[in-house]
Structures are given as structure tokens and as C-alpha cells.
Design a protein around this ligand. Structure first.
Ligand SMILES: [Zn+2]
Length: 396
């Protein structure tokens, strides 16, 4: 099992102390404005202390008072191999105090749209912030922000309140609030990694009973293949993976099928993580889940992709010719397959697990990826996978 020391946590305090605009309106009772970075830096330093007490290694992405450019921050965190990134901020709407009850209020956690690990991290942190601080909880917000987009792994950006709400603005310089936010974020981070949180006195808190893990579910798709036999047409030596649950997560891997082997009965077809799977039964009635992509499986009574492709040589509409294959590397569990070679504008059309291989038809420069993209054959069409996640092999 991995220990806290195995993980590096990148901590990002938003903006610099002198960044123009990033401050509260003038606060009469205080006789001054509060700068956003006063809070961001304080909570970040508390968080560093919390995490180091729990045994984690930490990395400050912006350790100086100067407003470190965002690209420098994410480049540093990526190049140091940080496992997660947590950026702390204080929100603003119109930059004015409108009086009690009239200003926006509360905290929110921001993740990159569709980021699965980012969402998981956000949910763990949210659990503690919700039950801890008295702040209104505004939820997890999917938003295209530099810090969560350009960091390679799970990233969250926490907006801990509104600078233009006078009550919340004063929380920015409240040491109890700063340290409470840090403590609750640290508890969530510990949970995310499965590491025990360590109290200030060095003790571990009393363990509470974990709620049951949420059932993994797929979305039912109407299909005419129910009751038929399905078999692997995948020729890779490692075989075609199948799972105990409707997911492509390796945690639920049940086994693999060599070419020509299969299951006697399809129970139903499901949409799972942006792709399709068959729920199948073996001869003992046990249920398993298998990709429904027709590059990999053939259903009894239908033509496999490969057969039909061979018969329609000359038809330029058929799947493009593969030049080789890539093995999925450099990720924790799976990578996203995009509909176009542009990380910012693409839609996710599927995922593929670490260690799997997929046919490639070429590589393209695309946009917003320093390592370009692999163009792959996916479900009879084209998909794109970020270059650094694929290791190329010629098909032998
Ligand atoms: Zn900010």
C-alpha cells in the first residue's frame, strides 16, 4: 500500500499580494481593503502544515509574493510529478458590498469539465467543508480554468467565499476560518488517497464507519443482440479484458478473453463511461461486462468489423487503415478518447484503460497538447488520444 510520503501535493495560492483588482471593497470597520492573496496564501500555508503533519510531501507553486504566471505554476507542478493540485481563492461577483443578504455568498469547488479524478477529489474535500464550515456550500462547478486544465492529474480550485460580501470578506483575515478551511481540505485529501488524517496532537481520529461504495451503474441501451453469443476478435496476446461491474476500471477486472473465446449470452447493452458494454452471462449464470466495440468483439449472426472491412476494400468510408498500435501508458487508470485533436474543444467519446492497446491510423499535431495526439480507430470511427499517453508499436 502506498504511504503519504509517496504523494506530492501541489499547493497553489491564487494571485500575488500586489495583483491589481484582486481585493475586497473598502471595509469601513477595518479601515482598509483586504487583498485576495492575504487569504489564499494563509490558507495555503496552513494546508501545507496540515498535509505535512499527515506525512505528505508538498510543493508550493507560487512561493514568492510576486504574481507567478499561471503557466509557470502548472509547469512546475507537472514537472515535479505532483499527484494532485489544490488552488485556493476567494471569489468576487460585482466588486461591491450591497448590504446584508444582498451579496452572493458561499464556497464552491471548481474542476475541469469532465475531469473524473478531479471530481473525486472535489467530492472528498466537499464532504468535510460542508459538514465543517458554516459557509453556504455552492457545489462542484465544472469550469475551464487554467490551473485545473493544464495540471496533468486531479486538480481542484476552491473559492472559499466572496470578497464582495462584507461578512465573508472579514473571514479572509480570520485565522480560525483560514485554518478551518485548510484542515477540512486536508481531511478530504487524506480520504482521497486513503491516508489517515493526523490530528495536531499526532493522533489519528477515531475511525468512522465508511458508507457503502456507490453502486457502479451503466445506462441501459436498447439493442437487438440480447440472448446472442459474443466473442473476442481481439488478437493481442494479453486478451480482451472483462469486468465484474459495468466499468472499464481495472479495479473490477475479472479476466480476459483470447481471440475466439466468448460468452454464451448477452443480457443487455449498456452505455458506460462514454462507451458501450455488453452485460453477459457465462454458462453458470454469472454476469460480467465486456466492451461492445465492434473492433474487439463479434456478436453471433453479425459480421465483425474486420470482416466487413475486408469485403469493402476500396470503400473510402470504412475505417482508416491502421499503421500500428499504441499501448496506454503514463496514467493512473484510463485515458479519454476525444472526438477531435483539441483538448479544449473536444467531446469525450470513450475511455481506454492503462495497459490496453488500440490501433492508430496516424498522429496529428492538433491543438492544446504539447505531445500532439494519436489518431485511433475507435468504434468504427476516428478518435484522438493525447500523445504522451500512448506508446507506439508496429503491428507484428
Ligand atoms: Zn482568485
Amino acid at each position: 500500500m502506498r504511504k503519504a510520503l509517496d504523494y506530492l501535493i501541489a499547493l497553489d495560492d491564487g494571485h500575488g499580494i500586489g495583483t491589481p483588482g484582486k481585493r475586497t471593497p473598502y471595509i469601513k470597520s477595518l479601515g482598509r481593503q483586504i487583498r485576495e492573496n492575504e487569504f489564499n496564501e494563509a490558507v495555503t500555508l496552513y494546508l501545507k502544515e496540515e498535509l505535512e503533519r499527515c506525512g505528505f510531501r508538498t510543493l508550493l507553486t507560487a512561493p514568492t509574493d510576486y504574481d507567478t504566471p499561471l503557466t509557470m505554476r502548472t509547469n512546475l507542478a507537472n514537472s515535479m510529478g505532483a499527484d494532485i493540485l489544490v488552488s485556493n481563492h476567494f471569489n468576487a461577483l460585482d466588486g461591491e458590498f450591497d448590504g446584508p443578504g444582498k451579496d452572493p455568498e458561499g464556497m464552491s469547488i471548481h474542476i475541469y469539465p469532465g475531469a473524473k479524478n478531479g471530481r473525486k477529489l472535489a467530492e472528498h474535500v466537499a464532504k468535510y467543508l460542508k459538514q465543517g464550515t458554516k459557509q453556504k456550500y455552492r457545489g462542484i462547478v465544472e469550469q475551464n480554468l487554467h490551473m485545473t486544465r493544464e495540471f496533468n492529474r486531479a486538480a481542484i480550485l476552491v473559492e472559499n467565499g466572496f470578497m464582495d460580501n462584507e461578512r465573508e470578506a472579514l473571514l479572509m483575515i480570520n485565522k480560525e476560518y483560514q485554518s478551518e478551511c485548510a484542515r477540512e481540505q486536508a481531511q478530504g485529501i487524506c480520504d482521497y488517497f486513503g491516508i489517515p488524517y493526523v490530528l495536531v496532537d499526532g493522533k489519528e481520529p477515531v475511525k468512522t464507519v465508511k458508507p457503502p461504495r456507490k453502486e457502479v451503474k451503466g445506462e441501459y441501451v436498447v439493442s437487438n443482440v440480447v440472448g446472442k453469443r459474443v466473442e473476442s476478435i481481439y488478437r493481442g496476446s494479453e486478451g480482451l479484458d472483462f469486468y465484474r461491474k459495468p466499468t472499464f476500471n481495472n479495479r473490477y477486472l475479472a479476466g480476459n478473453l483470447k481471440f475466439g473465446y466468448g460468452f454464451p449470452t448477452i443480457v443487455r447493452k449498456l452505455k458506460v463511461e462514454g462507451a458501450y458494454m455488453y452485460e453477459v452471462k457465462n454458462s453458470h449464470g454469472y454476469k460480467y461486462y465486456l466492451t461492445a466495440a465492434d473492433e474487439y468483439v463479434k456478436v453471433e449472426g453479425t459480421k465483425s468489423k474486420k470482416v466487413s472491412q475486408a469485403k469493402t476494400t476500396g470503400n473510402s468510408k470504412s475505417s482508416p487503415n491502421a499503421i500500428g498500435e499504441i499501448k496506454i501508458v503514463n496514467v493512473n487508470s484510463a485515458v479519454i478518447i476525444q472526438d477531435r485533436p483539441d483538448r479544449k474543444l473536444s467531446k469525450n467519446i470513450g475511455t481506454i484503460s492503462k495497459g490496453k492497446t488500440i490501433q492508430v491510423t496516424g498522429s496529428v499535431r492538433g491543438k492544446n497538447s504539447s505531445s500532439g495526439y494519436w489518431e485511433v480507430n475507435f468504434q468504427g470511427g476516428l478518435g484522438y488520444i493525447t500523445g504522451k499517453f500512448g506508446e507506439y508499436h508496429k503491428i507484428t
